[in-house]
Design a protein around this ligand. Structure first.
Ligand code: ADP
Ligand code: MG
Length: 328
């Protein structure tokens, strides 16, 4: 680890901490995830394996794992912040996202997911703004592959009943928790759980707050019903009747979204996973294909190559030409 000089902590999780560091060999910034001392290999090996398999420009780059004494460090390319940081920054500034920005970010999430789902047959299972990293040019990368697994693996059937953060959890995952408590055979689920999360995240970018918030899985299902109505999908027959039959709909809730955005959110947030578009289908949705080129950074990002950056003076940091720290 002598190769790296730690600058500051940028994240914290159940596993340990994430630091920004400088790689003395390349002069580049890296992010170092320090796992808890003596952690069991099974707590990080699946993530390392997924990171090695899922190498793509829209998935955070993995530079390797190192061990020092009894502690394991995972080294990643450095990203300036997460979409959660960016949302919070915009909230503080009172500047909502433009639709061009929402397209720009969600298109990149879908590009990463298309590769993950179709080319590698993996699902992420924990998509949320905290796990979508953004750099100063607006480039977005999917990160935190700690819950990622092969779509066809038995693991997806019988383990990890609690994966995604509740706000972004697909209804079939919520129902698994309920059925498990009743000792009924749980639902199977697949990569469409990620598509549900994308719908919830797109809506959040318009609303500037999480779409569904609840204290329990049962309450979360009720919150979902309020918006999209109770399921008529036949696989839900065993579920006690949910209400109301008809929700008030996204149109009444996400008032700043265009028709095509509402159509995409509605289809992504369908009860029946098979009615949700795949990532490849979503990328071809009129929301992205009509109007300006979604791949071009929206005006704020192109005009200012370092948006929301400020210079910091830190005596403990080796002299660099420019030390920047994102404020989002
Ligand atoms: P956890 O499993 O605890 O959610 P994550 O891998 O998501 O761990 O990392 C936690 C936080 O650390 C992220 O939400 C993000 O703010 C920060 N982080 C993680 N990876 C990077 C990175 N490559 N560059 C910059 N920040 C990062
Ligand atoms: Mg995370």
């Amino acid at each position: 680890m002598e190769r790296y000089h730690i600058i500051k902590q940028v994240g914290e999780g159940s596993f340990g901490r994430v630091y920004q560091a400088i790689d003395h060999l390349t002069g580049q910034y890296v992010a170092i995830k320090q796992l808890k001392p003596n952690c069991h290999p099974m707590s990080y090996l699946p993530e390392v394996r997924a990171l090695q398999i899922l190498q793509h420009p829209k998935i955070v780059g993995f530079k390797g794992a190192e061990r020092q004494h009894n502690t394991v460090f995972l080294v990643f390319e450095y990203m300036d912040g997460s979409l959660r940081h960016l949302i919070n920054h915009r909230l503080r500034m009172g500047v909502p996202f433009s639709e061009a920005e929402i397209k720009f970010f969600s298109f990149q999430v879908l590009q990463g997911l298309d590769f993950m789902h179709r080319n590698r047959r993996f699902m992420h299972r924990d998509l949320k703004p905290e796990n979508l990293l953004v750099n100063k040019h607006g480039v977005l990368k999917i990160s935190d592959l700690g819950s990622a697994t092969e779509i066809e693996s038995d693991e997806s059937l019988f383990h990890h009943h609690y994966v995604t953060t509740r706000s972004y959890r697909a209804p079939e995952m919520l129902l698994r928790m309920f059925l498990k408590n009743k000792k009924l055979r749980p639902f199977e689920y697949d990569e469409k759980v990620d598509m549900w999360a994308v719908g919830v995240i797109i809506a959040e970018l318009y609303l500037m707050r999480p779409l569904f918030i609840a204290e329990s899985s049962a309450d979360q299902l009720k919150e979902i019903c309020k918006v999209i109505g109770a399921p008529t999908w036949e696989s839900w027959m065993n579920w006690p009747k949910l209400e109301p039959e008809k929700g008030f709909g996204f149109r009444a809730l996400v008032t700043s979204a265009s028709e095509s955005a509402l159509d995409l959110i509605e289809s992504l947030c369908s009860w029946d996973p098979s009615n949700r578009p795949s990532a490849a289908e979503a990328l071809r949705h009129p929301f992205f294909t009509r109007g300006r080129n979604v791949l071009a950074p929206p005006p704020g990002f192109s005009r200012c190559p370092r948006p929301m950056m400020r210079y910091v003076v830190n005596k403990n940091v080796p002299k660099m030409t420019s030390m920047q720290q994102p404020i989002y």
